[in-house]
Design a protein around this ligand. Structure first.
Ligand code: FEO
Length: 401
């Protein structure tokens, strides 16, 4: 990414990672790449807000050098210690060894654990400020959004919020701002990011949004550390977070399944027919040919989730487990769920599915639908009826958060 000016004396100096297709090791698919945003403020003091993933350290230094000698950095703010933002911290600190490293208490603990360096740390708390000259850095702790160390940096003179991971998206673009990009694509990636990273912390997101309001922080621009910068419509992403975090859902059901010899697939198709007959929108995913992070993104706005599996070894087929593990871990809120599946000699899969769903906070709305062997016509009709009944529950029961 070329260096881009955000405001007088403030530049984006981060990098675009066009090629990354899995983030957090193999845990998060990034079909559209990502970026590691960092921000340089040249005032009476020089501040760098966050750095980039280690392999991009040279590009970061080149970008800073376009504006100012990195040795002149006085203040390095580390909003979050995960290596995609701090991998380049040691390299930056080699250039400006006397710079203060500003972070939360947990941030200091994690930085020392990761990099074993005795830098000049300054731990900050919510409300603390550092004057740079014309601009002020104000800090807001944001623990568990999404790590215990996370914090936001705010510049009141510009109403500019730099919240690191929050409000971000894995979206690579040579255009930095919301109004320069296809906003529907950006929002789809923001939803996927929320569903797969922030979903377990939704109650904290609600509280943090309320806290920002109470602090009276006007927000004209949001510059997260991944993806595009919200300068045209920052309220669009704030409102989306409010919706996602408070568990607002639509009359929509995600059906995800896999099958050994096709019987469970026949049931899945009958379920979609039953939901459709009741006018409920649905997306069906055969898990072995789908991306589980995309399934979780689809589930964000859905009110229902129906999971199906054939039975093997008295349990679900292993390919279904990763989606259920994501549901159990990410705990999507306000969902009704159900299980289905066909079995041969002996069943068992639906019990496991129901256990995973319950542990993920999904409320079981119907008894599991299960049949032995290959579904007969009347069994498929019963399956359609079962799905239609589930659809009516979806329509009748907007769930409390
Ligand atoms: Fe973008 Fe939590 O790291």
């Amino acid at each position: 990414m070329t260096v881009t000016k955000l405001a007088p004396g403030i530049w984006s100096v981060g990098v675009v990672d066009w090629d990354i297709r899995y983030f957090h090791g193999p845990t998060y698919s990034t079909h559209r790449g990502t970026s590691y945003n960092a921000f340089l403020i040249v005032d009476e003091k020089v501040a760098l807000i966050d750095t980039v993933y280690g392999p991009f350290r040279a590009e970061l230094l080149d970008n800073i050098q376009e504006i100012i000698d990195p040795a002149k950095i006085d203040v390095l703010v580390v909003n979050h210690l995960e290596p995609d933002h701090t991998g380049a911290v040691p390299t930056v600190m080699e250039k400006c060894p006397n710079a203060k490293v500003i972070c939360s208490g947990k941030g200091k603990e994690g930085l020392i654990a990761h990099y074993k360096e005795d830098w000049d740390y300054q731990v900050v708390k919510t409300g603390d400020t550092i004057g740079l000259g014309k601009y002020t850095l104000q800090f807001v702790e944001a623990p568990m959004l999404h790590w215990p160390d996370s914090m936001f940096t705010y510049i009141p003179e510009l109403a500019l919020l730099m919240p690191n991971d929050a409000f971000g998206q894995h979206f690579a673009s040579n255009k930095l701002f919301d109004d320069e990009n296809d906003i529907e694509l950006v929002m789809a990636e923001a939803a996927k990011y929320y569903a797969n990273i922030l979903s377990p912390f939704s109650r904290l997101v609600v509280k943090k949004l309320e806290e920002l309001q109470k602090l009276g922080l006007e927000i004209k621009m949001i510059a997260p550390s991944h993806g595009i910068i919200w300068r045209s419509e920052p309220e669009r992403i704030v409102e989306a977070y409010r919706r996602w975090a408070s568990g607002e859902t639509e009359e929509r059901v995600v059906v995800a399944y896999d099958t050994m010899w096709g019987s469970t697939e026949k049931l899945a198709r009958a379920i979609v027919e039953g939901l459709t007959a009741e006018g409920v929108a649905t997306r069906m995913f055969k898990i072995s040919v789908s991306d589980r992070n995309d399934i979780m993104a689809e589930l964000l706005n859905a009110r229902g989730v129906i999971i199906g599996s054939s039975t093997i070894n008295n349990d679900l087929i292993p390919v279904v487990a990763p989606v259920l593990e994501e549901i159990r871990g990410l705990k999507p809120i306000n969902k009704l769920g159900a299980a289905f599946g066909a079995y041969g000699w002996r069943g068992g899969a639906v019990k496991s599915i129901e256990k995973f769903l319950s542990e993920g906070g999904v409320k079981l709305a119907s008894d599991a639908f299960t049949i032995q062997w290959v579904p007969e016509d009347e069994e498929l009709e019963a399956c359609r009826t079962w799905a239609a009944d589930f659809a009516r529950k979806i329509k009748e029961q907007p769930i409390d958060s």
